[in-house]
Design a protein around this ligand. Structure first.
Ligand code: SF4
Length: 228
């Protein structure tokens, strides 16, 4: 089982699917609430908090958002819009990627996400990639048409913490998802043209459930690969 505390900082920097960003000391006009996490591949991105914490926050192994100040909340829309505008005034020429934090920005309604994506477009015209973490349950109530709207507005990549495709393992870690719910979400995002980066945790099945963890996780692969 994965325990964040067992990784050295160096190992976590390069291997872990999440990385605790160092405290922001620059003049970026955004109110960050530490700790802030992002995928390693977002090292050069503007981290834009649109929520605080994780809306689920119950996985047995996860300590990312357990500090009291990280209790889940949607960030005030006006504050986020002001942050985008202020960043644009200072860094419009530099920002090319935006990662919307925290644990699952996709918990926001489509309307609210569209407003934020439009503001990014208006104030940060050089942005080429917008991404966020996404729990399968975040897209359950969003239609493919809504996801396509988000894609057209600039949301191009979702990081899905599937962890496993096996229902027994998912239940044991209290993920709150199943193989079906995860695969449905991946298919929906794919139909909308949003790229998916899927995180699976090696060893999560332990010795007893190792084989089913591996086999059922492999069944999460995209539709076009399933016939192979
Ligand atoms: S969904 Fe992700 S961030 Fe939330 S508790 Fe589970 S592992 Fe942690």
């Amino acid at each position: 089982m994965y325990h964040p505390g067992e990784c050295s900082a160096q190992t976590r920097r390069f291997l872990c699917p999440i990385f605790e960003a160092p405290p922001v000391t620059s003049t970026i006009p955004i109110r960050y609430i530490s700790p802030v996490f992002r995928p390693p591949s977002e090292a050069d991105s503007l981290i834009l908090p649109v929520t605080n914490g994780c809306s689920w926050n119950r996985c047995t192994y996860c300590e990312m958002y357990t500090a009291p100040q990280k209790k889940f909340a949607v960030r005030d829309e006006q504050e986020t819009l002001d942050s985008i505008r202020l960043v644009g005034e200072q860094f419009a020429e530099k920002v090319q990627r935006v990662f919307m934090g925290d644990g699952d920005a996709m918990a926001l309604s489509t309307r609210r996400l569209m407003t934020l994506l439009q503001a990014i477009k208006d104030h940060l015209p050089r942005v080429r990639r917008i991404s966020s973490y996404c729990l399968p349950r975040n897209v359950r109530d969003k239609t493919v048409a809504e996801l396509q709207e988000l894609r057209q507005a600039g949301l191009s990549l979702a990081y899905i913490g599937a962890e496993s495709g096996d229902d027994v393992v998912l239940q044991r870690i209290n993920k709150g998802e199943t193989f079906e719910s995860t695969r449905d979400a991946l298919d929906k995002l794919g139909q909308a043209g949003i790229s998916r980066s899927v995180m699976l945790l090696n060893g999560l099945g332990g010795r007893v459930h190792s084989m089913r963890h591996a086999l059922n996780s492999a069944r999460l692969r995209p539709k076009w690969q399933r016939g192979l």
